[in-house]
Design a binder for this molecule. Sequence first.
Ligand SMILES: [Zn+2]
Length: 113
Amino acid sequence: MTKGSVRNETPPEGKACAAPGCTTPIVPLPTGRLARFCSDACRGRAHRHRHTPVPTTAEADMGSASSRGRHPDRAWLVRLRRGHRTVIVAMGLRQPAADRLVEQINDLLADPA
Ligand SMILES: [Zn+2]
């Protein structure tokens, strides 16, 4: 190891607050370890963000009937959504059936049991 090398020191830039949506750079303090957050508010926000469950909901949507040779009446699909992720759970439904299924799934998901 060469004395005087600064390669292993924390770079003064490229480290930002770890809170979601915050880009405030973290200023290294002369003592102690590098903070992860720029403020107590950001620390609290990040904590709540981690511990807030993203809700799962069902939704009905009109699928593309023409490409599958389905009658337009049976063009509805039902999907589950959580955040950006979705899973189609039923296709080729009439709208009343799709709406009913959505209602049943959302009832089930809302049941705290
Ligand atoms: Zn921050």
